[in-house]
Design a protein around this ligand. Structure first.
Ligand SMILES: Cc1ncc(C[n+]2csc(CCOP(=O)(O)OP(=O)(O)O)c2C)c(N)n1
Ligand SMILES: [Mg+2]
Length: 356
């Protein structure tokens, strides 16, 4: 065991270790709900692992891996109602799966195909945000707007540890606190912003401490514990709906995969720490919990995994069957009054694509 870092101390947990640390329970989830959580975790894990393969095969573009982040995504969405809005970063690109979005839509997004452009209002899932932290004010604004209209809806913004150094995070957090917006600021603290470690990111003792400056409560929990994530989000949602404003959740894990398919973390990360995290990854931990409670056996686990694998086989086939998009789309949605040069540019693009 490497030494426990200060950032990993005093985290809320529900799932035990099957040994000295006992399992806890959470209110609000019956046995069927718990198995459904496992199904969702496996779907997300399968999406992620297959996407890495599809990238290596040249079938999708650069891909932001979310291996071991699944518990944060599944735990949060489980605590929301369908009317509540989700604002994902690239790390939560597939979170729409948990709202019934087809997997081929998300694969198309990573293929750079317009079939991946969903209407956010269809799923209450905003577009994937690649600029760091710029969606935090969007989530806060939507939540505040819903409150002004008297709707009971809340919003969740997902962002990383690095995002808490960005101006837009602070502007959004300040607004949320002042307006008592019904929003949850959910920080996936995987302790890395590409190759920048947490200790070079902030002088704050914990990221949750930043919430104090904005007058909102904060919770620190084990981000690989789906039940701890669910419980904290459920409480934050209740507070938001009661009119008591935002909550900051700091979910601590350790990034156990490269930042993205374009990254080689061997240049900067400690491989022993990564291996340790891979041993305590979130899907296996919840599987152990279900087995100890005799809610899951080998047959059911295999059926759930087979179903998820089939979802992905069907999805990549569908995404690849999409006809090439009209190149005019590159230009037509860019300006209300397109510059005249666009006609020439489009004609040239068509010539290049035709191989002339
Ligand atoms: C505004 C902005 N600056 C820089 C980048 C380049 N960039 C992409 S990912 C990343 C690291 C973000 O780290 P973190 O917020 O911890 O999220 P994680 O990737 O770990 O989930 C950076 C700096 C960007 N996408 N947007
Ligand atoms: Mg990070």
């Amino acid at each position: 065991m490497t030494e426990t870092l200060p950032v990993e101390r005093d985290l809320r947990r529900v799932i035990g270790d099957g040994d000295t640390q006992p399992d806890g329970e959470v209110d609000g989830l019956d046995d069927a709900d718990l198995v459904e959580l496992f199904r969702q975790l496996v779907l997300m894990r399968t999406y992620d692992e297959r996407s890495l393969v599809y990238h290596r095969q040249g079938r999708i573009g650069t891909y932001a891996i979310f291996w071991n982040h699944e518990a944060m995504q599944v735990g949060v969405v489980c605590a929301l109602e369908d009317d509540d809005w989700i604002f994902p970063s690239y790390r939560e690109s597939a979170i729409g799966l948990l709202r019934g979005m087809p997997a081929d839509t998300i694969l198309s997004w990573w293929r750079g195909h317009p079939a991946g452009w969903w209407n956010p209002a269809d799923y209450n899932v905003a577009s994937i945000c690649v600029p760091i932290g710029t969606h935090v004010p969007h989530a806060v604004g939507l939540a505040w707007g819903k409150k002004l209209r008297g709707e009971p809806t809340c919003a969740v913004a997902f962002f990383g540890d690095g995002a808490t150094s960005e101006g837009s995070f602070h502007e959004g957090a300040n607004f949320a606190g002042v307006m008592k917006a019904p929003v949850i600021l959910f920080c996936n603290n995987n302790q890395w912003a590409i190759s920048t470690p947490l200790e070079d990111q902030t002088a704050a003792e914990t990221l949750a401490d930043k919430a104090i400056g904005y007058g909102m409560p904060a919770v620190r929990l084990d981000g690989a514990d789906v039940l701890a994530v669910y419980e904290a989000t459920r409480d934050a949602v209740a507070q938001a709906r009661a009119g008591d404003g935002p909550t900051f959740i700091e979910a601590v894990t350790y990034r156990a995969a490269p930042h993205a398919t374009a990254d080689d973390p061997r240049l900067y990360i400690d491989p022993d720490r990564v291996e340790e995290e891979r041993q305590r990854e979130c899907v296996g931990r919840f599987e152990g919990y279900l087995r100890r409670r005799e809610l899951l056996d080998d047959d059911l686990a295999a059926t759930i995994r087979d179903e998820a694998a089939q979802v992905m086989r069907d999805a990549i086939a569908k995404a690849e069957a999409e006809p090439d998009p009209d190149p005019e789309l590159l230009f037509s949605a860019a300006f209300a009054d397109p510059p005249r040069s666009f006609d020439h540019d489009l004609a040239e693009l068509r010539r290049i694509l035709a191989g002339e």
